[in-house]
Design a protein around this ligand. Structure first.
Ligand SMILES: [Zn+2]
Length: 400
């Protein structure tokens, strides 16, 4: 994740980076959702969006299923069917209902006959057991591991940083996904971290997990255009070290990559490594979508408005970061998060994010009340009925 983007003007996003990602975006836009329509008169499913993740709020219960509305555009002279049932006309749209009964449902809208037949397909995910839940991710971690390795504390929690996380866990039950680098800027690397704390890591694995984030803080955007092999090499190097010094119980697949950018092939490779959810900002920066895993404008905008989306090409769910705690003063935390709990579009899944370096007084961007900012976000989630989960488990931390 780009901790830089909060304090460096967005114009600092390099021209080179812009051109590279623009090129990647072009490639992605040539691989749209499945659409077998051959003619200009093809029917088009406008809603739900391909990859939408739906819960009870998006439909009506019907015999243990969830009945959701489907809206299509097609020439008004056409007869349109949705999953084989005749659609009804409402204004200039065609509308029908589809009952979701499994985790993934394909919706097929068809119009016309013979050579004039048109068809559109989308797939949606049903989060059948959805309930309000939140995940807390801390990105860009390496300093606390260096601190512990050098000070040789009796306990991991003699390091003030881990003690801060444990205090929050003890008070609110928060689970922390701590996404780490292999190397620090001064040359410290994970192989220097001792395995003498292994039992303490395991004892706390119920709420404290370590995951890969990047090889190092620099360069920025390390996986924006990198081949999948490079990303996986870096991933495996960090994963091996987590297993060595903290045990398999402590290891988790990451829920975010440094700068939230990757290629489509790299995303598929991450899925093979067990990655099921990735978060990003999904914001327009200087007029283009960024920190969005290189997805095109249509999909990036969808995530920005709906917070969740399944990329069926990789099998990974993408979620918008609800807040970046280090960049949000305490009195701005509730105003930032309040819209998520507002009806009728209340979110069931909230990703809280921050970055390790802002906890450290030696860091140029040190935030003296960083722990209070994190606590304010966690308190908000707690007060609004969200339960702490790990998004990499089950379906976004819930039952599948
Ligand atoms: Zn990062």
């Amino acid at each position: 994740m780009p901790h830089h983007s909060e304090r460096v003007p967005s114009a600092a996003v390099s021209r080179r980076g812009f051109l590279q990602s623009a090129a990647v975006g072009t490639v992605i836009m040539t691989t749209p959702r499945i659409a077998s329509a051959a003619s200009a008169s093809a029917v088009k499913i406008e809603s739900p969006f391909d990859g939408a993740i739906l819960n009870r709020r998006h439909g009506k219960p019907l015999d243990g299923k969830l009945s959701i509305p489907v809206v299509c555009a097609a020439p008004l002279s056409e007869k349109v069917t949705i999953n084989g049932q005749a659609a009804r006309r409402e204004g200039d749209k065609f509308v029908g209902d589809v009952a979701l009964s499994g985790k993934v449902t394909e919706i097929v809208a068809a119009s016309g006959e013979g050579a004039g037949r048109g068809e559109d397909r989308v797939r949606v995910v049903w989060d059948r057991y959805s309930r309000p839940r939140y995940h807390f991710a801390v990105d860009d971690n390496i300093y606390f591991l260096r601190d512990i390795a050098r000070k040789r504390y009796a306990s991991l929690f003699d390091c003030f940083y881990l003690k801060t996380l444990r205090d929050l866990h003890q008070k609110y039950g928060t689970r922390f996904s701590v996404n780490i680098y292999f190397a620090a800027d001064d040359g410290f690397t994970l192989p220097e971290f001792p395995d003498r704390y292994k039992s303490e890591w395991k004892d706390n694995a119920g709420w404290l997990r370590l995951a890969f984030h990047a090889h190092a803080d620099a360069p920025a955007r390390p996986y924006q255009d990198a081949p999948a092999e490079k990303l996986i090499r870096d991933y495996d190097q960090v994963a091996e070290q987590i297993h060595r010094f903290a045990g398999a119980e402590t290891f988790a697949p990451p829920t975010n990559l440094h700068w939230s950018m990757a290629t489509p092939d790299a995303l598929k490779a991450l899925h093979q490594r067990g990655v099921r959810v990735l978060s990003g900002y999904f914001q327009p920066i200087d007029g283009r979508w960024d920190i969005n895993y290189n997805f095109d404008a249509r999909r990036s905008e969808y995530v920005s408005k709906n917070d969740l989306w399944m990329d069926f090409a990789s099998g990974i769910i993408f979620i918008r970061d609800a807040i970046v705690c280090n960049a949000t003063p305490v009195d701005r935390v509730a105003p930032t998060l309040d819209p998520l709990a507002r009806e009728p579009d209340r979110r069931d899944t909230v990703n809280l994010l921050t970055h390790e370096q802002y906890f450290w007084p030696f860091y140029a961007g040190y935030v003296a009340d960083h722990a209070e900012r994190c606590e304010a976000a966690i308190r908000w989630a707690t007060d609004h009925g969200y339960e702490p989960v790990f998004f990499h488990e089950g379906l976004l931390g819930g039952k599948e």
